[in-house]
Design a protein around this ligand. Structure first.
Ligand SMILES: Nc1nc2c(ncn2[C@@H]2O[C@H](COP(=O)(O)OP(=O)(O)OP(=O)(O)O)[C@@H](O)[C@H]2O)c(=O)[nH]1
Length: 463
């Protein structure tokens, strides 16, 4: 309480002192305090002279408040000036019988002068110490206030960021997950509920569990590589939903690091690309597959043939191209309609495909023409030719089987049986890295020779 009142008085006086200083030009700040010291001591002198009895020895009630005020306003030097001035005035001008400077007077008042001087000094030093202490305290307080303000601002910015992130995560269509370094889920955005029910219930579960088994190991590898390298990586995979349906996903990772720069969390942002994949597949099919038979078209055939030629060049194994044109196909169209012809072409495509291996290619070249590319035949010509001939014969046999086709010719729908579909087949072997164009030309020529030889024949190109 006592300290409180003192502190309040001190601060009030200091406030006035600051006000006083602010009114003075800057160059007079140092002397302003001294001026106040002189003024205060003069005031004390006046008070003492006018009201206090001269011999009452009440200098402490007049001069020391003046010294204290001078020290508060002007600092230590002003306090000392007030002390010295007070000492001279109190001792030599007003205390009888020492109204003048005499040796006797000086000696008699030595002790009281020294005590007065010491008191003034102690008052001035105490107030100066308080000045310094307060200054330091205020500086610390300033620093503390600034720190708190900075922390408040940082906290506010963080809270705003978190709110922004939360709003973003909870309102985007994308899937946002925060995982620990083992791939366990720490957070899943509400969008996950669309796939797996309650997103909150996913907390702590294995994030790889719902990935298609065929993709799981690859995704795990990408995840650990991303953590190891310290960079987020993109990957594609499939989710298997609880109802067994499959969604194509595309994900990219981001890493959260601690203050030491170590990775502590992985943020994965994924989006459902199922629809895009379907459109891509559709476009791809339209660009590279025949819409009627679903076989590769000429464009894809060229590509597959180039690959087969390159592989043959590397391995030294022969490959073969068969050019196949159906015999007497036109009458089927004419007699039973285009639809019946279409159905036959679809069935022919299936039967040819069933005669070859996975590595081989069956393409629809156009109309009733098909091309078969056989890869990885034998290492010598005769053996390869024998293999190709076996496959060509197999195709002949498969095509010769009866067909049951539905026809709606001239407004009536009927089921027809079509027998003995023949095909003229021209065969070319390759292994020297000849161009795809030349190989196809030769195969086409051989097919015409097979036709010329009476149809339903196999003709090998002879070099
Ligand atoms: N139904 C159907 N017919 C087609 C299609 N593309 C071509 N054609 C027909 O297939 C026939 C092919 O003509 P050709 O090969 O000369 O007829 P072909 O009777 O087999 O004659 P050869 O080959 O000499 O035995 C034409 O009548 C075309 O209109 C198709 O996509 N669907």
């Amino acid at each position: 309480m006592g300290i409180g009142i003192f502190d309040f008085s001190y601060r009030t006086i200091e406030r006035f002192a600051n006000r006083y200083r602010s009114l003075m030009p800057r160059t007079y700040h140092r002397y302003g305090g001294h001026l106040v010291a002189v003024a205060l001591v003069s005031l004390a002198l006046l008070v003492r002279f006018e009201i206090a009895p001269l011999d009452a020895g009440l200098q402490y009630l007049t001069f020391f408040p003046a010294v204290a005020l001078a020290a508060i306003i002007g600092g230590f030097a002003s306090g000392i000036i007030a002390t010295l001035l007070g000492l001279i005035l109190a001792t030599y001008l007003f205390v009888p019988p020492y109204y003048s400077f005499t040796l006797e007077g000086w000696q008699s008042s030595l002790w009281s002068n020294l005590v007065f001087l010491m008191d003034g000094f102690i008052v001035s030093v105490s107030i100066e110490a308080m000045h310094l202490y307060r200054q330091k305290y205020e500086d610390n307080l300033d620093e503390l206030t600034q720190q708190i303000t900075r922390r408040d601002l940082a906290d506010k910015a963080l809270a705003e960021q978190e709110e922004f992130f939360r709003l973003m995560a909870e309102n985007v269509e994308d899937f946002i997950a925060v995982l620990d370094l083992q791939g366990r889920r720490l957070y899943n955005s509400p969008s996950y509920s669309r796939f797996f029910g309650n997103a909150d219930a996913m907390k702590g579960t294995d994030s790889f569990a719902e990935i298609h088994p065929d993709d799981r190991e690859r995704v795990k590898q990408v995840f650990s590589e991303s953590v190891k390298l310290g960079v987020g990586l993109r990957t594609e995979y499939r989710f298997v939903l609880p109802d067994g349906s499959i969604r194509d996903m595309e994900s990219s990772g981001g890493l959260i690091r601690n203050s030491k720069g170590e990775t502590v969390r992985v943020v994965v942002v994924s989006h459902d690309v199922t629809d895009r994949k379907m459109v891509e597949q559709k476009i791809n099919r339209l660009a590279f597959y025949d819409s009627l038979t679903q076989l590769p078209n000429r464009r894809l055939l060229d590509d597959r043939l180039e690959q087969a030629i390159a592989a043959s060049k590397r391995s030294g194994q022969y490959g073969a191209v068969m050019f196949l044109d159906l015999d007497n196909f036109k009458p089927l169209n004419d007699n039973y309609g285009h639809r019946a012809g279409d159905l036959l072409l679809i069935e022919v495509a299936k039967r040819i495909t069933s005669c070859v291996r996975e590595v081989d290619t069956v393409a629809r070249f156009g109309g009733d023409e098909f091309v078969v590319v056989l890869s990885e035949l034998a290492g010598n010509e005769s053996e390869s030719a024998a293999e190709a001939r076996t496959i060509a014969k197999k195709i002949h046999a498969a095509l010769a089987e009866p067909y049951w086709l539905s026809s709606n010719f001239k407004g009536t729908t009927q089921l027809i049986t079509h027998n003995n579909v023949g095909a003229s087949i021209g065969v070319v072997l390759f292994n020297h890295g000849d161009s795809a164009e030349n190989i196809l030309k030769r195969a086409d020529k051989s097919m015409y020779q097979a036709k010329a030889a009476g149809r339903n024949q196999i003709h090998f190109h002879v070099t």
